[in-house]
Design a protein around this ligand. Structure first.
Ligand SMILES: Nc1nc2c(ncn2[C@@H]2O[C@H](COP(=O)(O)OP(=O)(O)OP(=O)(O)O)[C@@H](O)[C@H]2O)c(=O)[nH]1
Ligand SMILES: [Mg+2]
Ligand SMILES: [Zn+2]
Length: 351
């Protein structure tokens, strides 16, 4: 098999490349992004690339290539290149930048599955998992919940109870890097050419899992075995690794906060099983807050729907709406600004 196919290159991507005016040049996939340097794996090996000026200034920060993106580049000196174009993004994982209202950051592109990793200690938090899932579903990426450090003492019954609504919707794996059969099961869930991104708090064992899946130390891991989510972050960059035999793994640094950048909470309602009940609401545009004949509220009252899951839904939906309004306003502002620039250019021209 061609090396690049193992990284996910396929006929569909080749078709997309043919639409670029730069289709005669080389293509490859971004494996690591340094400040201004992009490591790109291609059929001819690894290239250290930079962006052309028009790529750099013609795009907003979240549109610049990120790990996983497929790019077209002009090579020189055997292992250097200039990125001149990128294929249209698909299945990209975004997050809202810390402290901003609507600025988003691209974490990884062309992702098939996202492993949401938590450890079976204080880090375990099903509400946080739902937040990740909401974001991931919106991008057509398949969410997978990985509960790591199963060798630690934990209350299996309490965990099963807390995640039972998720278990019905998405795959859940209980793993430990000290229990090889759990790693084997996780590996079997990844198929050739598939791209998996690992997300979750610092210290939960994302890099350790990548190493265990590859059966060799590819990434640096912490030597403190507790996941505090507060301490020093061990991984400092997003990095793509080819797993022997199959699969492309993208490790990411731990994130404490994961702001939503979605504007449509429909898939969230489905995942949290709200939509199952909503079908029976009296009003088709029911918001399930205080409307008469709301079947969702009835399900909460009767205990059919866990009130914590319902509250989590309301909270995430509010956040999604908030993001969508801010995005809309930002776009409006950007538009009126570019109109102003156009006006000024015209006026200048008339002098
Ligand atoms: N007991 C136990 N410890 C584990 C397991 N997996 C990872 N660890 C330990 O947890 C600590 C943190 O692991 P890392 O892999 O560095 O965590 P990370 O999620 O990559 O953290 P950041 O890079 O900071 O985001 C290390 O000391 C690992 O040895 C596990 O299954 N069981
Ligand atoms: Mg790490
Ligand atoms: Zn309702």
């Amino acid at each position: 098999m061609n090396e690049l196919n193992r990284y996910g290159w396929n006929e569909m991507l080749n078709q997309l490349k043919q639409e670029s005016i730069h289709r005669a040049l080389s293509h490859g996939r971004v494996t690591i992004v340094h400040r201004t340097c992009y490591e790109v794996i291609s059929g001819d090996g690894l290239f250290q690339c930079e962006l052309t000026g028009s790529m750099m200034y013609g795009k907003s920060a979240s549109e610049l290539p990120c790990v996983g993106d497929w790019v077209i580049f002009q090579s020189f000196d055997d292992d250097k290149g200039i990125i001149v174009d990128m294929l249209p993004r698909q299945r990209t994982m975004y997050r809202k930048k810390n402290g901003t209202v609507s600025d988003k950051q691209a974490i990884a592109a062309y992702v098939d599955k996202a492993f949401i990793v938590q450890s079976l200690d204080d880090n375990f938090n099903v509400r946080r998992a739902e937040r990740f899932i909401a974001q991931i579903l919106e991008e057509d990426i398949e969410p997978v919940f990985v509960l790591n450090k199963a060798d630690l003492d934990f209350n299996r019954q309490r965990i099963d109870e807390a995640i039972k609504h998720l278990t019905r919707q998405i795959p859940v794996f209980i793993t430990s890097i000290r229990q090889p059969q759990t790693i084997l099961r996780l590996r079997e869930s990844i198929t050739e050419g598939e791209t998996v991104v690992f997300v979750g708090s610092s210290g939960v064992g994302k890099s350790s899992l990548v190493n265990a899946l590859c059966e060799k130390p590819m990434l640096v891991t912490s030597n403190i075995s507790q996941s505090t989510g507060k301490g020093r972050h061990t991984s400092t960059r997003r990095e793509m690794i080819l797993m022997d035999g199959s699969g492309v793994l993208i490790d990411t640094p731990g994130v404490r906060e994961f702001g939503l950048t979605i504007d449509n909470p429909d898939s969230l309602a489905e995942m949290l099983e709200i939509s199952d009940y909503a079908e029976a609401c009296r009003f088709s545009d029911c918001k399930h807050i205080d409307e008469p004949g709301c079947a969702v509220l009835e399900a909460v009252d009767s205990g059919l729907l866990d009130h914590k899951v319902y509250e989590s839904f309301l909270k995430l939906r509010r956040e999604a709406w908030h993001f969508s309004v801010s995005e809309h306003e930002k776009r409006k502002k950007d538009k009126s600004f570019s109109r102003l620039v156009d006006e000024m250019k015209k006026q200048k021209g008339s002098f």
